[in-house]
Structures are given as structure tokens and as C-alpha cells.
Design a protein around this ligand. Structure first.
Ligand code: C2O
Ligand code: CU
Ligand code: CU
Length: 482
């Protein structure tokens, strides 16, 4: 169906390659293979072979190269963002996580439909400093293709660990990738991260006020680079796969002179491309777009447009970017052999049928003590702060439920659900045919979703993906019962 998957790493992936090469895991090929994802950067790509992907991830606090300068960040394998992992449905993933940090950490596989317990996507594990832990699971045969990601998920430390750089993209290759007009496009993964660094390249700790709204850094990077350029051929097509790996920053993206054709959301392919002039990508979310090289030769800026994500209660002031700024650009180079198009159809997307049960989640805020920082804002779901020892909701395997989020605060909360994807319910009361694992619930507004629990039982969570809010209580547990 799709191009043979071969194990290799991208050019100059010195760190990832050197310690994996010794083990021969995964197979490394030095030949200049034409990669499906043409990296605009220096990032390693680790691709499954023979149905398996074995990876070692070393989490450490060290100097890394960021946007052409040195920065003292937390990274996987010495690079920010971490290496790109690529697998296919049915493949087995094994990760050896080496914690060289001076505090505990763990791993979450954001968006993957895999077991939430054991050595799979178990966010309740705690990997101590100096510990080496294994994560292992098989991606289901029926798993949709798409862009997912790994990041730490230790309650209380998530925002800081992610904001310091710990994040790695993971592609499941299949379905959509085989659509000819999609596979013909040049593909790039754009990992959006922001950092707040001093002039020596060391991170600056945000104050309490910043945590209430969710910390944002002034330095915005795209796959570890500052304003990278992506080449497009005249008449050619470019596929940009955005991943918002920032702790709290929202991106509203627009490419000068070009429409974007949305082909996939968090959980995979749309049925048909959807033309958008600007695209909101909230924390944790992924969006996949095609762009046609239909303009005159030149350089076109990919802009981050202003977006008001509300205000942090009594603190006043608005949150989010107030002015537009360039985060990358697209430059015309050469001409395609034949004229590329936006495909008519991408695949089938099921409409989730009617729900058996309903639930409401009220999002609120309150003043309270914040560990190590004095008085500050705390966040709640249905009046309660997160407690991993409590089960907040019990759901049944096989059920479909309809959830309503009611935001009783003055800022947006991008809610994210683990383990099972969902669909947003539109104004007409029908589910929209797009699989999501995150939904922005705007300040003082409501949103509804439909979700189905399949394949896995166990304890899982949902939370706000403004990760400071999650750390400050806005997370709840859910027991999926068989
Ligand atoms: Cu990326 Cu529980 O989150
Ligand atoms: Cu997640
Ligand atoms: Cu929030």
C-alpha cells in the first residue's frame, strides 16, 4: 500500500544514532534514502522494521542546540524536540526510558488508542531519577494513521517538563498516506514549542501569574528552529503536519497568499479536505494540511495570528498572542513534473451513532495554595481537583456517551481525553466527521462531544491541556469497566 518502511535516521542525527547503532536497534542505514518526511532540521527519525520499533530515550538536563544557539533544556536523546518515531498499525513499540533527570518523570502517548495501564500508556507510573524503565505495547491493527506524540505526564510536573523541551512526535503511517495526492506531497512535521530563556540560554521560571493563564515563552520554535523555510515546487504540493507541543500557547496559523486544505485532525483523516484560511491549533492538538504551489515564485510567511484566549480571572489582561508574527516560511523552488491537486476524497469517517449516556463536566477556578508559590489559582472539574486515588467517572466498555463541557471561567480550556478519540457535536446536534482528542471550550461557553469506549478497560484521565491548569487540578479520572 505505502512506501516500504525502512529504518533509518535523518542526516546528522548524531546523538540518537550513536547509541542506538551499537545495539543495532532499530536498523540504521547511512544511504541517502528519500524520506517520506523531509526534515527541514536535524532531527532523527526512528522507523519501525519487521513490525517492531525499539527505541532508547534518554531524558536529560543538558545543553542542546535550539534555533542555532545553545539552550539548557530537558530533552530526549539530546535534541529538542525529541526524535520522530514512525510506525504502522499492528507494530509493536518498545521504549527504554532512561531517566537522567534529577526528578521523577514518565511517558504518555498522546492520542494513541492503546491500553492505559501496565507498561503501556500508564500515566500513573513514576520513573525515579536514575531509573531505566520499559514501555511496551502493540498499536492495534485497526489504529488510524496520524500524528501523535510522547511527553511526560507526572501530575504536578507536566507543564514544566514539557515546557523545558520534553516532547517527541510519533507518526502512525497508513490509510491517508496512501492517497496519491497526499503521498505525492512533500511532508514535514512542524513541532511547535515555545521557551522562555535568559541571555545565557537558561530557562526562566515563570511566576504565579503566568501559571494561572498558562506559561508562554517568547521564543517560538518550529521543530527546534527559528523561522525555518520549507520548499514548495511550482504546481507542487506541500504537506505540513502541525503538532502543538507547547505547554499553553495557542497557535492560529495562516500562510500568506495560500489557502490551507485540512486533511486530518488529531485522530486521523477527514473524509474530504476542508479549505481553511487560518487554523487554530490548541495545546496538544495536531492538524495536517496540504498547500498547493499555485502562486508566483517567492517567499511566503507562515504567520501566527492574534488569538484571545481569555483572561485569568481577577488578574485581568488578555491571554494569547496580541500581534501577528512569522513562525516559518514557504519558499518556491523548482517545478513539479506534473500539476498536483487537492484530493477529492480521503477516506471514510464514521459518524458516531446516538449515545446511551450523558455526562456534564463543569470547568471552574478558585483561589488556593499552590505548592511552593503561596496563594494562587486552582482549577477544577465538577467542583473537584484531581486526585489519582479517586474515581470520578465510571464508563462501560462498548458504550457511546455524550458529554457537555461547561466553562465557568474567563479563559479557554483545551480539554483532552486519553485512550479513546471523540467527535465534536456541531450546532445542528450532529457529530462532525473528524476524530479529535482535544477540544477548545471557550471562556464562558459550552461544547459537546460524543465518545465511544473501545478495546481497553482500566483507569484513564481527561484534563485541560494548558498543562499548568492540569498541574493545578484540572484533571479527572475515569474507570473504563468491562
Ligand atoms: Cu498530552 Cu494527558 O496529555
Ligand atoms: Cu494525552
Ligand atoms: Cu485550562
Amino acid at each position: 500500500m505505502f512506501v516500504t518502511r525502512r529504518a533509518f535516521v535523518g542526516v546528522g542525527a548524531a546523538v540518537g544514532a550513536s547509541y542506538l547503532a551499537g545495539r543495532g536497534l532499530p536498523r540504521l542505514a547511512g544511504a541517502p534514502l528519500r524520506s517520506r518526511t523531509e526534515s527541514a532540521g536535524r532531527d532523527a527519525r526512528l522507523v519501525s522494521a519487521g513490525g517492531r520499533l525499539d527505541v532508547e530515550l534518554v531524558a536529560s538536563d543538558d545543553w542542546v542546540d535550539l534555533a542555532g544557539e545553545r539552550a539548557r533544556l530537558w530533552s530526549y536523546n539530546g535534541q529538542v524536540p525529541g526524535p520522530l518515531l514512525e510506525m504502522a498499525p499492528g507494530d509493536e513499540l518498545r521504549i527504554r526510558l532512561v531517566n537522567q533527570l534529577e526528578e521523577p518523570t514518565n511517558l504518555h502517548f498522546h492520542g494513541l488508542h492503546v491500553a492505559p495501564d501496565g507498561v503501556a500508556d500508564n500515566i500513573f507510573r513514576e520513573i525515579a531519577p536514575g531509573e531505566v524503565a520499559s514501555y511496551a505495547f502493540r498499536v492495534p491493527e485497526q489504529h488510524p494513521a496520524g500524528l501523535f506524540w510522547l511527553h511526560p505526564h507526572l501530575h504536578g510536573s507536566v507543564a514544566r517538563q514539557v515546557a523545558l523541551g520534553l516532547a517527541a512526535p510519533l507518526i502512525i503511517r497508513g490509510g491517508l498516506d496512501a492517497v496519491p495526492d497526499v503521498s505525492a506531497a512533500r511532508e514535514h512535521v512542524l513541532v511547535l514549542q515555545d521557551f522562555e530563556l535568559d541571555w545565557t540560554g537558561r530557562p526562566i521560571d515563570p511566576g504565579m501569574a503566568a501559571l494561572m493563564g498558562g506559561r508562554e515563552g517568547a521564543l517560538v520554535t518550529v521543530s527546534g528552529q527559528s523561522r525555518p523555510r520549507y520548499a514548495i515546487e511550482q504546481e507542487g504540493a506541500l504537506r505540513l503536519r502541525f503538532l502543538n507541543a507547547s505547554a499553553s500557547r495557542f497557535y492560529r496559523l495562516s500562510l500568506e497568499g495560500h489557502a490551507m486544505h485540512l486533511i486530518a485532525t488529531d485522530g486521523g483523516s477527514l473524509a474530504t479536505p476542508q479549505r481553511v484560511d487560518d487554523l487554530l491549533v490548541a495545546p496538544g492538538e495536531r492538524r495536517d494540511v496540504l498547500i498547493l504551489g499555485s502562486r508566483e515564485t517567492g517567499v511566503y510567511r507562515l504567520m501566527n495570528l492574534p488569538y484571545n484566549r481569555g483572561s485569568a480571572g481577577m488578574m485581568g489582561g488578555t491571554l494569547g498572542a496580541r500581534t501577528a508574527f512569522e513562525i516559518a516560511s514557504v519558499v518556491y523552488e523548482g517545478r513539479a513534473e506534473s500539476q498536483r491537486q487537492v484530493p477529492q476524497a480521503l477516506g471514510e469517517v464514521e459518524h458516531l451513532p446516538a449515545a446511551r449516556a450523558r455526562r456534564t463536566f463543569v470547568l471552574s477556578e478558585t483561589m488556593g495554595m499552590v505548592r511552593g508559590r503561596g496563594m494562587g489559582m486552582r482549577f477544577r472539574i465538577n467542583g473537584r481537583e484531581f486526585d489519582h486515588l479517586r474515581i470520578d467517572d465510571r464508563v462501560r466498555l462498548g458504550d457511546i456517551e455524550e458529554w457537555e463541557y461547561i466553562n465557568n471561567t474567563d479563559m479557554d480550556h483545551p480539554m483532552h481525553v486519553h485512550t479513546n478519540p471523540f467527535q465534536r457535536i456541531g450546532a445542528d446536534g450532529q457529530p462532525e466527521p473528524a476524530w479529535l482528542d482535544g477540544i477548545v471550550v471557550p471562556a464562558r461557553r459550552r461544547e459537546r462531544i460524543r465518545i465511544r469506549f473501545t478495546d481497553f478497560v482500566g483507569a484513564t484521565v481527561q484534563h485541560c491541556h494548558i498543562l499548568d491548569h492540569e498541574d493545578l487540578g484540572m484533571m479527572s479520572t475515569m474507570q473504563i469497566e468491562g
